[in-house]
Design a protein around this ligand. Sequence first.
Ligand code: JB8
Length: 284
Amino acid sequence: MRVDVISIFPDYLAALDLSLVGKARQRGLLDLRVHDLRDWTTDRHRTVDDTPFGGGAGMVMRPDVWGLAIDEVLDAGAVGAHLIVPTPSGEVFTQRHAESLASAEQLVFACGRYEGIDARVAQHYRDAGVTVHELSIGDYVLNGGEVASLVMIEAVARLIPGMVGNPDSLVEESHGAAGLLEYPVYTKPPSWADLEIPEVLLSGHHAKIERWRRDRALERTARLRPDMIAALSVTGLDKHDLALLAGLGWVPDPHDGGRLARVRAGGPDVTPARGVDPGARVAE
Ligand code: JB8
């Protein structure tokens, strides 16, 4: 796979020489090229930005400079080229995007700064038949697209076939097929800071260990990510899963039997103290 990153701060991308992404480059699986946007400026001051039409605060990146840069790095032979524009106004980047992008021939990351890149750049490359993705890595605001590009490149690069030593570690992890958060993991020493390893993990009973791990994953997901529980298909859940989730307040939706609905907040059932009406409302 070829990956090009265009930025006014190319040094931000130095981290891509390290670790797994660095190894992929050394092994020839990843042809990563980082470019300085100012190489495509034509004026003495190497200007990349200007004031926004319509007024307002800050500066906007000029489309002409971006056009020259992207035209030059886009591999004409790469029919499967994708242009990725990190922006807090984009669709949220997920593991599904990473999986889909991992089989692309070329990815070009256009890292904006200031108030972002003139909107005609994304429009122009879409009109020209390039697959353009405007992507956000989460609901917070960075100073530019460089760090968001680092995140997305790492998420994609580790999925390139031949990248990870043990393919099991790819299929079992969070946001994979199961649609659940990961169970807690433990290693030596067996006793640390007065904390012991859950006994079942020392039992050697593989079926019980699998069940325990799935229970912990379901509990953790219900507590931290109710949106992921609501997205589960009931057909992917066994009787034990359904019983555990019912105890956490999630039951098959009477209006949509294929999904779960929350009938009450999670947590253990509590018997109200005598004389307490659990339905009573507290005065303002
Ligand atoms: C200017 O938060 B972000 C992000 C913020 C940005 C630009 C790109 C991405 C460009 N500010 O993902």
